[in-house]
Write a protein of this length. Structure first.
Length: 364
């Protein structure tokens, strides 16, 4: 009885219903993933001065809270890394559609903070929205699976991550073969054709369990008629392409590097300025003047080290602070108050231009 229950197809998200994910459903569950795909922040309308004056104190607090929530959840901009990952993966999905084995995949590799997870999830979101549009009436279709590799992963732990996404449950004594069979049966039932695997650097290929977990991923890739896209920190240097296993992987996967933005050439400076300008256009602050942030793009670059994650945190944090302190605009002074991650702080120390007073002393 229990075995039949575990191998039955998992319940899928009803795309046309009210299946919003509660806070305890993370992205690695079908409910959390479905909520992420369907969520689209709506920019609040900015009130006129007369409308703002007419509000009661309680109404003003509610209006400010709405805008704080919006800025804390600003939509992600379409970076070059995201565009390359989406374009490459869409092509591979087409090429893999009728492949029986040896399907091609994507590795997204780079340092922490370069937007790997964002690019991976945006790929999944774009693909799932396209599939939903194509199969509007098929509410049981779940084309994308998103899992993360747990630390010190074993084959069974990895298989359970796939099972958890679908909502499959097993007794503690279940063996990995039963879990894998149930996952594959469910994936086939809901027409999975894209599998996203994040935190790949958690696979320690120097250990037996890590090597076996890597083999487990390869087995899933052989069993599931899907394109696999992986993301991890500097995975080329982790030994993933070494040895017999590595040579086989290297022959089947495209590596897309995720790197910080550069500011060395005029073209790179313009690309960064355009990125900052896109984020600025999303702001909903009553006293902010368009063009202020693009004018500070060099300062913002050195403040963030060109990291997309640090940039997002800086702009979102400054917008929230601007609402809280009542200034309703982002200035250079306000940007210095927003905490950034340690890597961005170290980059700022290394790359920030000399202060005017220092340059004057040198000139003298």
């Amino acid at each position: 009885m229990s075995k039949r229950k575990t191998t039955s197809p998992a319940r899928t998200v009803n795309f046309d219903g009210d299946d919003s994910a509660p806070p305890d459903n993370p992205l690695i569950t079908k409910e959390g993933w479905g909520h992420f795909v369907g969520h689209e922040p709506v920019p609040p309308r900015l009130l006129t001065a007369a409308e703002w004056t007419a509000l009661t104190p309680r109404e003003r607090l509610r209006e400010q809270e709405r805008r704080r929530e919006y800025h804390a959840d600003l939509p992600m901009v379409n970076t070059p890394t995201i565009r390359k990952v989406v374009a490459t993966s869409r092509l591979l999905i087409q090429l893999n559609r009728n492949q029986i084995s040896a399907r091609r995949g994507v590795f997204l590799s780079g340092a922490s903070g370069t937007g790997k997870t964002t690019a991976l999830t945006q790929l999944g979101r774009a693909h799932e929205l396209a599939v939903r549009k194509r199969y509007r009436r098929d509410v049981n279709r779940l084309p994308v699976v998103y899992v993360t590799v747990p630390p010190a992963a074993t084959p069974k732990m990895l298989a359970m991550e796939f099972a958890r996404f679908f909502g499959l449950t097993f007794p503690s004594r279940a063996n990995v073969t039963d879990i894998v069979d149930a996952v594959c049966a469910t994936a086939a039932h809901v027409h999975v054709d894209l599998v996203l695997v994040d935190e790949l650097h958690n696979l320690n290929l120097a250990t037996r369990s890590g090597a076996e977990a890597s083999d487990q991923l390869k087995y899933f890739a052989e069993r599931l008629p899907a394109t696999f896209a992986y993301a991890g920190i500097d995975i080329e240097s982790a030994g993933l392409f070494a040895g017999t296993r590595g040579r086989q992987i290297a022959g089947r996967f495209v590596v897309v590097p995720a790197t910080p933005f550069s500011h060395a050439t005029a073209t790179e400076q313009e690309e960064w300025r355009a990125l900052v300008g896109t984020l600025e256009s999303m702001l909903r602050l009553r006293e902010h003047h368009p063009g202020t942030l693009t004018g500070l793009s060099e300062f913002i670059f050195h403040r963030t080290g060109g990291m997309i994650g640090s940039l997002s945190q800086l702009i979102r944090g400054a917008a929230v602070l601007a609402i809280e302190d009542g200034s309703e605009r982002i200035t250079e002074e306000l940007l210095t108050l927003v905490p950034v991650d340690y890597a961005a702080e170290q980059s700022e120390k290394r790359t920030a231009p000399a202060k005017p007073t220092t340059r004057r002393r040198r000139a003298a």
